[in-house]
Structure formats: C-alpha cells, structure tokens
Write a protein that binds this ligand. Sequence first.
Ligand code: 8YV
Length: 315
Amino acid sequence: MKRIFVTRRLPEPVEARFARSFDVTMNVGDRRLSSADVVAACDGMDALVINTSERLDAAAVAGLPPSLKAVGTYSVGHEHLDLDALRARGIPVVYTPDVLSASVADNAMLLMLGAARRAREGQALIVEGRWKGWGPRQLIGTEVTGKRLGIFGMGRIGREIAGRARAFDMEIGYHNRRPLEAGAGLYFADEREFLSRSDILVIAAPASPETRYWLNAERIVRLPQGALVVNIARGSLVDDDALTAAVESGHLAGAGLDVFDGEPDVHPAYLRLERIYVQPHIGSSTLETRLAMAEHVISGLEALFAGRNPPNRLV
Ligand code: 8YV
C-alpha cells in the first residue's frame, strides 16, 4: 500500500475510506500545521493529502522529500498551493472539483436567505430570551423571490447557485471573463452594469492575485441601495472595512458570509454587525460531499500511481 500523510482529521467514515486504499498517517491531534510541519511529515510518504488550511509555497515545495510522488488537495480551491513550483518539481496534483458544488450552492442559499430574513437577529432574539412575541414590525427583511441575482464567477458552483435561484424566480445575471452558453443567465461584460443590477451579489470566483479585495468600496457603491452580498468563495475577495462600513451606513441591507480573510480570525465588525449572517466556512461540510471528495482524491492518486492521467488532475 502506498503511504500517505493527511494534514487534517476527516470525518470518521472518510478516514476509514482512505484507510481502505492507503497506509495513512494522520495529523492525530489535528493541530494547525505550518508549511515546515507538512514538509517534515511527508518524509517517507508517497503522497500528501492537504487541505486549504495548510500552505505549500515554493520554499516548502523545494523541501518536499524525493519519496513524495503526488499531492491530493481535499478541496476545489488551490490558492494554498504553488502549482508552478509543484509542476517544476514534477509532482502531480489532484483536486476535488464538481463534487462539492451542490453542497456549496445549498450553503449559498442559506446565506442569502439568512441575510435577507435576518436569521442572526432572529436566532439571537430567541436564544437570548429577549423575544416578547409576534409583532407586525418585527424583523422586516428583504424578499429574495423575483430579485436580480448577480453571480460574480459563473463556474461550476455559480451554475448550481443559479439553478437553485431559478426556483425562487430570481433573474440570473453573471459577470465572467467570457459569456457562457445561452440559457446560463444574462451575461454582463461591463462590471459596472453588472453591479448596478445586482440586488443580491454572490461572490463565487476563485481567489487569485487579480481578485484580491475585488469587492471594495468603489464596487460596493455601484450596488443598488439595500442590496445583499453573499460570499462563498474566499475571504480575500472582500475588503472587510468597505463591506462592514456599507452595512453600517445602510447602503447594504446585509450580507451572508461563509469565508473570511485571514481565517480563522475575522474582522471585529463581523462580531457585532447582526445584519451580517456568518458561517464558519462550512460550504462543503456535509457527509455526502466529504465522502465524494475523498473518492475524488483517492481515485486521482490511484490513477497517478498507476501511471494514468486522472480527470481531476490540476498539474
Ligand atoms: C473545503 C473549500 O471544505 O474546497 C474548497 O476549496 O473551500 C472547502 O469547501 C475545505 O477547503 C477543505 O480543505
């Protein structure tokens, strides 16, 4: 059996699944590993299974032992890996596209509805024992039905979100580098036009140097008064100061966020702004998806070890 090091504890059935195919060494205590820790743990391993909570930059890739023949990232995002350095070292990488799109899209709807219907405030009212009973002025929210949804980054996950939003009779618009096939939604090449018609903006684009702090004050001001912002991608796409200021000023009615810049630290305003519905990066956290992600990584690594080219190969 090939030897693999897995950087994080996975749900029990997922760990059991890995153990059926590989000789697994776990990060037993599940403590946060530095790049140097990851490199050291790869000693004598045939493959590394990494998560987005650990980084492999060029220096770390240079330090990987000669035994290491492949990397599988238990994620669709890959900004934590220096792919060029891995390519240069001839270490192939597999990842987990598609299998988590439905779960992440479900979570996008949760965040959208949570922000629109002020779920954080309602939850707090009850669990803190402050609810005085029904009233017609209580927690007036925003309707999502019939609204104009703007998807920034219409990829696999964006399409799943659009499918769900259609059931809410939402008008789907998107901004991408290129238009997709007819029927995907209204394509906006012009970013300003896209923003000005997005009653609800969903950020679903990958993190990259180009998308860093994409949602800044200049772009937020283009959104209609009372708009909602949802981020299921990466925290680095949002300028937290600008977003929280826009919620405080009332320009935005609220936001729903699953991801944060500098996780697990969050901007202090997210601790107090009740119109911002937050979740701790749980987009793909369902057992079904976690198992499917494992199958993707396992089949990818097995194919690489057998000298084949798996469809989920990144590098
Ligand atoms: C994962 C994610 O749960 O796959 C991704 O890119 O952001 C998450 O859905 C997590 O990153 C696992 O490594």
